[in-house]
Ligand binder design. Structure first.
Ligand SMILES: O=c1ccn([C@@H]2O[C@H](COP(=O)(O)OP(=O)(O)O[C@H]3O[C@H](CO)[C@@H](O)[C@H](O)[C@H]3O)[C@@H](O)[C@H]2O)c(=O)[nH]1
Ligand SMILES: [Mn+2]
Length: 610
């Protein structure tokens, strides 16, 4: 199959026998040519079974097509950010109605509420489907959308004019030597040449930026719709491991980390396929207990988000939204539920903020007890000797009355930041495979979660071992430790990493990322990166903290070339890509190659299957 999903020869043989078999990778029917090649090239040659494959689903009726595309509606209301401030990013790009496809940027309110995505989808206008969409015999999960020539051509022209001016200037500079100050002249020529060269390097990728759109409805169709082999319509999406790194509970408040975790646990992705790993490089009990609190609050927060389609699913941001929370909410008990959750969240905050104190008090109490014990023991052991003052290290104690293996508040040997044991603790155990519905609001349960799945994804706390004399490589080291530890626990084929101060703004984002990975030819993609958006920046953004040029111009432009650079966070990886294999072949992007050399390609596939 074109997606190169590897299956063993026998399974493929079976698939060939069953007419209409789908490739388990991209859920597309196998193409007849591949099968003929396989059978023809097989050891026994000869007998070719006649195959009756279903016709390619290219000519789907227009009404279905329309349903799959959501249409960008009024742009005016969207130019205000969630804090109510003027949003330059969006104004700059969305006024054309063509910007922002398939990215995690502020999901449209209507989509967020009806929950079934298409959030990235949409066409610049209402006119028909894009050519990329209709020309393919299969239904693509993603589309590449060209930037309209009206926007790009003037920009290219400007680049050309500047290039010409630059050329003229440099010739003038070189031709007009300054005899009085040759050194100065030489140096400025070298510098100007260098600046010119680096400017060209900077401009070239920008000549062909791309936008991408995902189609969440197709993803749902392919992976989550009941089929004969999957009558319950259980999700077939791949496992996803989310890594959150935190290093220091003083600089990175545990409340922020807890909010990040909550936004991940509440994301719209099959619960049994999602696992969340927190890496704590500080090895702090404070972070550990904050995560435990978050896990317990999630029992309420996550079903609440599912029930009412909350966006964003980070409680701190949600409760500080300036817009009307009751808009587009249909369920009559929303007001009551929201009020209740708000109160619970406030109590949760108080608990988290009280943790440092409670840990200290607890440790003091245990320490006093230990000291008395030690004193007694000493008195019994050496009645006559001169009694020395007992001195024991002041440990940090866990709630169950044992020493915390990580960093202690008062550092002592083997309990400092750079020297402590490894800790791994499952905070939420892996959920059952089938949905577990909550009960009504009675029996002590605060909210009515009838028909709402109340399962939570797995949550694991990891603090890697650290010893003096080793280079722990900061965040990269933490990521490595998580790659290894998650490999023996959930081993999700995809990995997404986030810093503790970043959260998932759009609950559909994981699905959107997966569209790229599961699309035909997606096996050649090592990672998909989300742009970063920032909150709490001053309204006029005088220091350009939104970093718009970087995320929305440079990175998109590089995407049109060979792919953007990795920026360190918010990145969805294919796990095997991190395992150090050779990159996949660089030729063959489908298109012309595959139609010119069908034979060769079929053979290649065949070889790999063997
Ligand atoms: O020993 C360490 C040090 C840092 N971190 C984590 O690494 C992340 C990023 O560190 P930070 O100091 O916040 O760097 P920033 O400059 O804010 O981060 C940006 O730049 C980094 C690289 O320069 C990227 O790794 C980050 O993803 C990117 O957000 C945070 O989650 C930290 O908790 C660790 O896990 N262990
Ligand atoms: Mn940071």
């Amino acid at each position: 199959c074109e997606c190169d999903f590897k299956i063993c020869a026998e399974c493929f043989g079976d698939a060939v026998k069953n007419a209409g078999a789908l490739c388990p990778g991209c859920k597309e029917p196998y193409k007849a040519t591949e099968m003929e090649d396989l059978v023809g090239g097989g050891a026994d040659g000869g007998a070719r079974p006649t195959l009756s494959l279903p016709p390619p689903p290219g000519g789907a009726p227009a009404s279905r097509m329309e349903r799959r595309l959501s249409i960008v509606r009024s742009q005016k209301a969207m130019t205000r950010s969630q804090t109510g401030d003027w949003d330059h990013n969006r104004w700059l790009f969305e006024t054309k109605g063509t910007y922002g496809y398939g990215n995690a940027i502020w999901p449209k309110e209507n989509d967020a509420d009806n929950g079934n995505g298409g959030s990235g989808g949409g066409l610049g206008g209402t006119d028909g489907q894009p050519a990329e969409f209709t020309s393919k015999p299969w239904r693509p999960l993603t589309r590449k959308l060209k930037i309209p020539a009206g926007i790009l051509s003037p920009y290219r022209l400007l680049v050309l004019i500047r290039l010409a001016v630059l050329g003229l200037f440099l010739t003038w500079r070189i031709k007009h030597k300054n005899e009085d100050a040759m050194w100065l002249w030489g140096m400025s020529v070298v510098c100007e040449l260098w600046f010119g060269f680096s400017w060209i390097l900077d401009q070239l990728p920008k000549l062909c930026p791309v936008n991408r759109a995902t189609d969440l409805a197709v993803l749902k169709d392919k992976f989550e719709t009941p089929t004969p082999s999957n009558p319950n319509g259980r999700s077939d999406l791949p496992g996803l491991d989310i890594y959150v790194s935190t290093a220091d509970p003083e600089k990175e408040p545990p409340l922020t980390t807890a909010n990040t975790i909550l936004s991940i646990l509440a994301a719209d992705y099959p619960v049994e396929k999602l696992s969340c790993y927190v890496s704590d490089d500080g090895g702090a009990l404070l972070t550990f207990e904050a995560m435990a609190e978050a896990a317990s609050f999630a029992n309420m927060w996550v079903p609440f988000c599912r029930k009412h389609g909350i966006e964003p699913r980070n409680p701190e941001s949600y409760f500080s939204l300036k817009r009307d929370p009751y808009k587009n909410k249909v369920r009559s008990d929303f007001v009551k539920d929201r009020r209740r959750i708000k109160r619970e969240y406030d109590e949760f905050k108080v608990r988290i903020n009280g943790l440092p104190d409670s840990i200290r008090r607890r440790s003091d109490a245990y320490h006093a007890r230990e000291e008395i014990k030690a004193m007694k023991r000493q008195r019994e052991a050496a009645l006559d000797d001169a009694v020395e003052t007992v001195k024991i290290a002041k440990a940090t104690w866990m709630a169950d009355g044992t020493h915390w293996p990580g960093t202690w508040i008062q550092p002592s040997a083997e309990h400092t930041r750079g020297d402590h044991a490894g800790i791994i603790q499952v905070m939420l155990k892996p959920p059952s495979d089938d949905p577990l519905y909550g009960g009504d609001g009675e029996e002590g349960r605060p909210l009515d979660f009838t028909d709402i799945d109340i399962r939570l994804p797995m949550l694991v706390y990891v603090s890697r071992e650290k010893r003096p004399g080793y280079d722990h490589n900061k965040k990269a080291g933490a990521m490595n430790a998580l790659v290894r530890s998650s490999a023996v626990m959930s081993n999700g084929p995809f990995i997404l990493n986030l810093d503790c101060d970043h959260y998932v703004y759009n609950s559909q984002a994981f699905r959107e990322g997966m569209c790229f990975m599961m699309d035909r030819g997606g096996d050649r993609i090592a990672y998909v990166q989300f742009p970063q958006r920032f909150e709490g920046i001053d309204p006029s953004d005088r220091y350009a903290n939104h970093n718009t040029v970087f995320f929305d111009v440079n990175m998109r432009a590089l995407d049109g070339l060979m792919g953007p650079v990795y920026v360190g966070t918010g990145c969805l990886f294919r796990r095997v890509a991190l395992y150090g294999f050779d990159p996949p072949r660089s030729t063959e992007h489908g298109g012309c190659c595959s139609c010119c050399f069908p034979k060769k390609r079929a053979w290649q596939i065949l070889m790999m299957r063997r």
